[in-house]
Design a protein around this ligand. Structure first.
Ligand code: AMP
Length: 484
């Protein structure tokens, strides 16, 4: 999972400032690396490993001039997290363009072997964006005349959709304008906004609506699955449908990934999480178990913790205090690093556990590292009973579309009954949301007609073209990364 922003400001403006405040707003989408490429007479870039504030310092800004910018925060899902893989990528020739993406190209290795291998082209990185960039630039180069037209961009996007499989939303700039395209199934988010100032109109495309909020843009709309946007020299936005696949946005964005203050496809993530909490509260009541308190694991479970507690008629308390200066453990490159930092990150308040029957609520249970530790701490603090609750269903299948849970052996729920999971995690009981309740909760919060990608819960992949070879390629990548 990554985050991107692209901005087309009025002539003579410097778009980097909005891009950086936007990047900070989506830092949660990737803490591994950050980068930005601007255009003024030529492409200027600043990229590096680390947080946005570590990569960009004031001294870099005078160089990053120009009214066109594309920027990115990375969470590595393909590649080993090296600095050669840091986005955005750009080409000066045959077509000048800089690009960033969020998602995962499922036929990346196949394209390397075929499309590129047969022409004896060796890619310079392990980042799957590179194949999108080359296919796109190659198609754009074949256009008939300057300047680039919306039809040229459409043809290039079509070529990408035809060749490149998977889930990838893309933003980019050329010397003349800004483009974006949402992946063919709309699995990854992509939202378009604008702001009108005395200097002129600014346009922005981003992974989450919070980016637009913090930089003062208003939402125009989400791009639909397979739609593209082009704003050329005339500064007129053109939105065109290129693909024709069904829209299947990732439901895990609502569960965990997106910020609660974001709207995705017209649905408030905050409202969705409140509803997820209410429904799990009802499910807990149905178990007839007795509890004294709901303790959400901060930060993501907080919203649902309150509504779950309200529904059951219990207090919702801060039993764990999070040290916000310890990075997101899950995004750490390997399991050893993750386990060591969970304890440093979440410290208990004894009074909330001692002698109590506690419900520890998390958004999800993946490998079980967090839950296992939370249960252990609860017992050390003297809890009388420890019930684990997850407001999403058991995660059991690799996400092949860019979320780092790519190897089957990682899932604690795989091949285990709920009783066995509880035992494995040391809890007295484990309660999961059902898939039906999860979907219904998100729909209740917004768009009633949405159908989602639920591949990580069900193992059915909406792109439908997943081969064993692709799964194995992606698994090998992840294993290599964790052994790194
Ligand atoms: P685990 O400890 O492996 O069971 O992972 C679950 C914890 O990590 C929960 O606290 C989630 O908030 C968080 N989480 C779940 N999925 C992801 C993901 N794909 N990337 C980062 N964090 C995640």
């Amino acid at each position: 999972m990554c985050g991107f922003i692209s901005i087309y400001g009025p002539s003579n403006s410097d778009a980097i400032h909005d891009a950086l405040s936007g990047l900070l707003a989506i830092q949660h989408r990737g803490q591994d690396a950050a980068g930005a490429v601007t255009f003024k007479d030529r492409f200027q870039a600043k990229k590096g490993l680390g947080l946005v504030r570590e990569v960009f310092q004031d001294k870099h800004l005078h160089r990053l001039r120009g009214h066109l910018v594309v920027a990115h925060v990375r969470y590595p899902t393909v590649g080993l997290g090296e600095d050669t893989d840091v986005q955005p990528f750009w080409l000066d020739y045959p077509v000048g363009t800089a690009m960033a993406h969020n998602g995962n190209v499922t036929n990346f290795h196949e394209l390397k072997r075929t499309y590129f291998g047969q022409r004896n082209i060796h890619l310079g990185s392990n980042c799957d964006l590179e194949v999108v960039l080359y296919v796109f630039a190659d198609a754009l180069m074949r256009r008939l005349a300057d300047p680039i037209t919306v039809d040229d961009v459409k043809a290039a996007v079509k070529e990408v959709f035809d060749r490149v499989k998977g889930a990838y939303s893309v933003v980019g700039i050329t010397s003349e304008g800004m483009y974006a395209f949402r992946d063919p199934y709309g699995i990854k988010p992509c939202i378009f906004g604008k702001k009108v100032t005395p200097e002129g109109t600014w346009y922005a495309v981003a992974s989450e609506s919070v980016v637009l909020d913090v930089a003062g843009y208003t939402i125009v709309r989400d791009l639909n699955a397979g739609e593209m946007l082009w704003i050329g020299k005339d500064r007129v936005p053109h939105i065109l449908q290129v693909g024709n696949k069904p829209h299947r946005p990732c439901i895990f964005e609502y569960v965990y990934f997106a910020r609660p203050d974001t709207f995705l496809d017209g649905t408030s993530v905050y409202e969705a999480r409140m509803e997820l909490g209410r429904r799990l509260g009802r499910a807990f009541l149905a178990t007839k178990l007795q509890a004294d308190v709901v303790i959400p694991v901060p930060e993501s479970a907080r919203t649902a913790g309150q509504t779950m507690a309200d529904e059951i008629g219990l207090p919702c308390r801060e039993g764990f205090v999070k040290n916000r200066y310890v990075g997101r453990t899950f995004i750490m490159p390997n399991d050893k690093a993750r386990q060591a930092t969970i304890r440093a990150k979440l410290n208990p308040i004894r009074a909330e556990f001692e002698g109590k029957r506690v419900i520890i609520l998390d958004d999800s249970i993946v490998r079980g590292n967090t839950s296992r530790q939370m249960v252990k701490i609860a017992r050390q603090m003297g809890a009388a009973k420890v019930y684990l609750a997850s407001y999403s269903p058991p995660l059991m299948f690799p996400c092949l579309y860019g979320i780092d849970m790519s190897t089957k052996r990682e899932f604690v729920a795989r091949g285990r009954t709920h009783e066995e999971i509880a035992k494995e995690l040391g809890a007295d009981f484990v309660l999961y949301q059902t898939i039906e309740q999860m979907e219904d909760a998100v729909r209740t919060a917004g768009n009633k007609k949405l159908e989602f990608c639920k591949a990580c819960f069900m193992g059915t992949y909406p792109t439908g073209d997943i081969t064993e070879q692709m799964i194995s390629d992606i698994e090998q990548d992840r294993l290599a990364a964790s052994n790194n």
